[in-house]
Ligand binder design. Sequence first.
Ligand SMILES: C[S@@+](CC[C@H](N)C(=O)[O-])C[C@H]1O[C@@H](n2cnc3c(N)ncnc32)[C@H](O)[C@@H]1O
Length: 477
Amino acid sequence: MNYTHKGRIDAIYIDPPFNTGAKDWKYNNNYVDVNDQWRHSKWLSMMSKRLQLAKSLLKRDGVLICAIDDNEFHHLGCLLEDIFNGWEMHCVTIVHNPRGIQGSNFSYTHEYAYFVFRKGLKVIGARRIKAEDIDWRSLRDNGGESLRTDARNCFYPIIVEDEKVVGFGDVLKNDEHPLKQTVKKGNSFYVYPIDKQAIERKWRYARQSVESIQHLLRVKKTAKGYEIEIGKDFGTVRTVWQDSRYDSNENGTKLVHALVPDSTFDFPKSVFNTYDCIAPILYERKNALVLDYFAGSGTTGHAVLMLNKEDGDSGKRKFILCTNSENKIAEEVCYPRINKVIKGHKDYPDITGIPANLKYFKTDFVDAKPTDRNKKKLVDKSTEMLCLKEDCFDEVEKGSDFKIFKNSNNKYIGIIYDDDGIESFKKEAKKMKKKFVVYVFSLDESAREEEFEDMSDMVQLKPIPAVILNVYKRIFK
Ligand SMILES: C[S@@+](CC[C@H](N)C(=O)[O-])C[C@H]1O[C@@H](n2cnc3c(N)ncnc32)[C@H](O)[C@@H]1O
């Protein structure tokens, strides 16, 4: 992914193995148990490599979220501080198991989520608040500096029809004085910021900015007309989360069992836990790309789709889920679960039935020693990775040594697997008269520009496997 998605991810959510000592993860193919004297060291080593790679996958305003419990909470904190030196780090406590896990002295009901992002960025802050929790207050100012004369642009009528705010009138001239706080005009009511003592005050928002908060306003009927109230349905994220929605049994294990009856995976997160972690970052980022590389049953993908569902057609967030497929979890739980979320489940109409495309890839190790034979092999195996990088999956042309793909935005890529493919690709590309990103086979770092001189305005050339190997070299020093 550091080749295909460097600097492209908006949010990374991970829920790594917690290293409980109950053989919940493998290091070098062996389960790590509670008596392993290198238990924490092994876990840190595994996490350290993955977090460093994750850092370079993030966009400049990207956010890393990492779930954890008390087994590694402090070690993880130090590791994050080290790798993300100088970044902001925050941690929320989430009550995910209200029944508690019994210890000899304490019963643990909570876990944590760290949030990490570059200092000073305003990436988090929009928390949707439940309707009953919204704090409503009058839009009319009171107290000091609340008079009409303190801000003339804040004295205008708010137009109400059918008990809804439907518009705003012009600012009144200084010598215009409404007769009453609510004035009826035809089917409309014009509401002015006049208080009960008939003193002309001002609205909290000037005429030029009030439209931007129209959706936060509500109308309240009074004996003499209407009052206008404002209620913010968002706020900063609080640091302790306690809600039955986070119960991992109810909204994790049971949910996954309903979606994938054969699931043998016992530790999915509550989908609302993951949803509430990513939502504040992604509400406004409707085309965001989200990554989870400890995906397990795919809860993160489910949460991203739920966000898309809320936005209707404008929600186009994507996700990439990776998992090591212990107990075939990728094939037998994660993929079928997301498929079911897309298709819909009758018992979960609110959080399933969300149209999307889904693709499934298997990764494998490729010998990357730069011999000519390995280079050919690598290019042979790279098609899907290049399609993923360029987001072009529709195969439109296939020759013996080249392929052409496009996407719905009319982007075209060509992949040339062998020297012989160059001429046949060129012939086809000239017929199609499109611009192409062309991955062209080359044993060295040259992109074969001389062979494309006659169509240099149509092609952007990239030598493979050199561009891929260079990333391998950087990562596996
Ligand atoms: C705590 S679970 C994640 C659960 C997930 N959030 C969910 O709700 O289903 C951790 C997952 O990471 C996977 N895993 C463990 N080591 C891994 C590795 N080195 N690379 C990728 N996945 C790994 C495990 O198979 C397990 O499914």
